[in-house]
Design a protein around this ligand. Structure first.
Ligand code: PAF
Length: 274
């Protein structure tokens, strides 16, 4: 495996399958890499993992500062998983003209779906779109894998790629959970035992939503479960799975939830009404 620090080392890896990450790799990321390996096996190309903690997508500077970082350990995991290139650039290699976000006008509509991420992390998707389009420009993949845990991010990236002509295949990968249901996240490493126990009520909320048959009742059930469990609820919403607008009959829907426990922000989601 090659560890590449800037654009000049990437030429040999274009046409591959990219797994964009911010590092602190856990089993959820390893599932993305496995999915990338399967895609590479089917359609050719190398597996490229990018590891870059993108400053422009953190609306809270302290969240950026304490985001877990573990390059050596990540490199070992990537090598063992058959990754050909670990692209770990510094800020200057990603943003040579200075750190920037995508202009609001360039954002797909789904990025600002009311009441979801944009309400609680203003500017987040402008940072995500800036970095992902730059990573695509640098690594020139034929396909890229994104986790379903960040459901709105997956919708935003799909829309961004479609708007650009749809040349990169965007492959979703299901959320990996611990045995009790907790979704894996790099931020879980920041949770105390008590906060983790409380954080599990986000998953319980999503499960509670499954037994309700109309969206407002499902949203109330989710919120109640999260509040009782000790989560500061940001949102508990049931939306159209693709547009993130109100649910429409006959179209797939998604239950989405976000909240804070012990100062750590957690998100999760599940299909709803299936
Ligand atoms: O999902 C993530 O880890 C990040 O948002 C991504 C896609 C790597 C962009 O920084």
């Amino acid at each position: 495996m090659q560890i590449v620090r800037d654009a000049s080392g990437l030429a040999d890896f274009s046409g591959g399958v990219l797994v964009p990450t911010m590092g602190a790799l856990h089993a959820g990321h390893m599932a993305l890499i496995e999915r990338a390996a399967a895609l590479a096996g089917e359609g050719g190309g190398d597996i490229v993992v990018s590891l870059f903690v993108n400053p422009t997508q953190f609306n809270d500077p302290s969240d950026f500062e304490r985001y877990p970082r573990s390059l050596e350990d990540d490199a070992r995991k990537c090598e063992a998983a058959g990754v050909a290139c670990l692209f770990a650039p510094d800020v200057g290699a990603v943003y040579p003209r200075g750190v920037e976000s995508a202009p609001e006008s360039a954002l797909p509509r789904v990025a600002t779906a009311p009441g979801l991420e944009d309400r609680f992390r203003p500017g987040h998707f402008a940072g995500v779109c800036a970095v992902v389009s730059r990573l695509f420009e640098l690594t020139r993949p034929r396909a890229a894998v994104f986790g379903e845990k960040d459901w709105q991010q997956l919708c935003v990236i799909r829309a961004m790629v479609e708007r650009a002509g749809g040349k990169i295949e965007i492959e979703p990968c299901p959320t990996v959970r611990e045995a009790d249901g907790m979704a894996l996240s790099s931020r879980n490493a920041l949770l105390s035992a008590d906060a983790r126990r409380r954080g599990l009520s986000i998953w319980r909320g999503l499960e509670a939503a499954q037994v309700e048959t109309d969206p407002p009742a499902a949203e109330r059930a989710m919120r109640r479960m999260m509040e009782v469990g000790g989560v500061e609820v940001e949102y508990a919403a049931v939306r159209d799975a693709a547009t993130l607008e109100a649910v429409r009959p006959g179209r797939p829907a998604r239950a989405l939830a976000a909240g804070v426990v012990g100062g750590v922000r957690l998100i999760d989601n599940m299909p709803w009404g299936v």
